[in-house]
Design a protein around this ligand. Structure first.
Ligand code: CA
Length: 337
């Protein structure tokens, strides 16, 4: 009897774990440490994130590194270390630097490249303080996560994003073909593995499934605007027909929060779209971005209100958050974790 009861409890806990919303550490614990540094990932792991996000771009020598933009100049000292290496548009591209060169750069909290002013003034002050943060390779980050998973006995999954694959191909580089073998080597290859691969470009999502043989879970990211720079028609994807079509290749969507809920005016009640219901009707998971307590959606009264709207009212399946602990605490208080 005791064994049966224990079994039942275990099964219930396992089921709850399966259905509870996911806390996805957006660029790591980026609310506290410079985004995408190994320190930010280690801290997010310690704060209990279910998944840790990696944005991926290539170096000149074809190595996937964990960096949010194809540019280096808003999170590193590249302009100081390699003056004159910018392109005609004034930007410093990761693709123009070898890994050895990128490793010479110090990473810092995101700042405006023109003015030097931090984007989030209340966050880690690393632009001014001495630091030894570096841009990690995908390989280095996966090793860190595997090490932490093993040492803590708690598995955090990974959530890699292919950044601007169309642009990479136009420059003569194939980002997906560089990334997939590394994921496979680290045990991320099927839907049973703790990995969601994500991309904003529909053509690439299709290519991953049909051409490149990706068998793991796949998330179609959806911007707030109607069309992506690569031509992806987000408005069309968000229709019932678009989602039905998408469900043939993808496991979920990662929409901008504004596609789910908005606050029409200060003091007004939140206004919801039917996107979550439409996606769920096609068995697509919904993981919106981005929860930032220091940058709430327009007219949203509080970070608690934002969590309640997304998790309790809209019933999303997870959220990208800069503040892993804040989101995890809200879910615990709502008995959803
Ligand atoms: Ca991302």
């Amino acid at each position: 009897m005791k064994t049966l009861l224990a079994g039942l409890i275990l099964a219930t806990v396992a089921m709850a774990a399966e259905t509870n919303p996911l806390v996805i550490a957006h660029r790591g614990a980026s609310g506290y440490l410079p985004e995408h540094t190994l320190a930010a990932k280690a801290y997010a792991h310690a704060l209990g994130a279910d998944y840790l996000e990696q944005d991926l771009v290539l170096t000149k020598d074809g190595v996937p590194v964990v960096l949010h933009d194809i540019h280096l100049d808003t999170v590193t000292d590249v302009a100081k270390v390699f003056p004159g290496r910018q392109r005609a548009d004034g930007r410093y591209y990761a693709l123009d630097f070898t890994l050895a060169e990128i490793k010479q750069l110090r990473a810092s909290e995101r700042f405006n490249a023109k003015t030097g002013v931090p984007v989030y003034p209340s966050r880690y002050p690393s632009a001014a303080a001495p630091s030894d943060f570096r841009i990690p390779t995908l390989e280095e980050e996966l090793q860190l996560i595997a090490g932490l998973n093993r040492a803590t006995g708690r598995t955090a999954g990974i959530y890699p994003e292919l950044k601007q694959p169309k642009w990479h191909r136009a420059q003569g580089h194939d980002l997906a073909r560089a990334v997939l073998p590394i994921l496979a080597r680290h045990g991320y290859a099927t839907k049973a593995d703790a990995c969601f691969l994500q991309c904003f470009e529909l053509a690439e999502v299709k290519r991953l499934r049909h051409e490149l043989g990706w068998r793991g879970r796949l998330i179609m990211l959806i911007e707030g605007k109607a069309k992506g720079d690569d031509g992806t028609d987000y408005a069309a994807i968000c229709t019932p027909a678009g989602l039905k079509e998408l469900a043939k290749i993808a496991d979920g969507i990662g929409p901008a929060i504004g596609r789910i809920v908005t606050w029409p005016a200060a003091g007004a009640a939140p206004k919801f779209t039917d996107l979550v219901a439409l996606a769920h009707a096609e068995k697509l998971a919904v993981h919106p971005y981005t929860m930032r307590r220091d940058d709430l959606p327009k007219n949203c009264p509080s970070v608690e209100a934002l969590h309640a709207a997304l998790f309790r009212d809209a019933r999303v399946d997870g959220v990208f958050t800069d503040f892993t602990d804040v989101t995890a605490a809200w879910l615990r208080s709502a008995e959803m974790r």
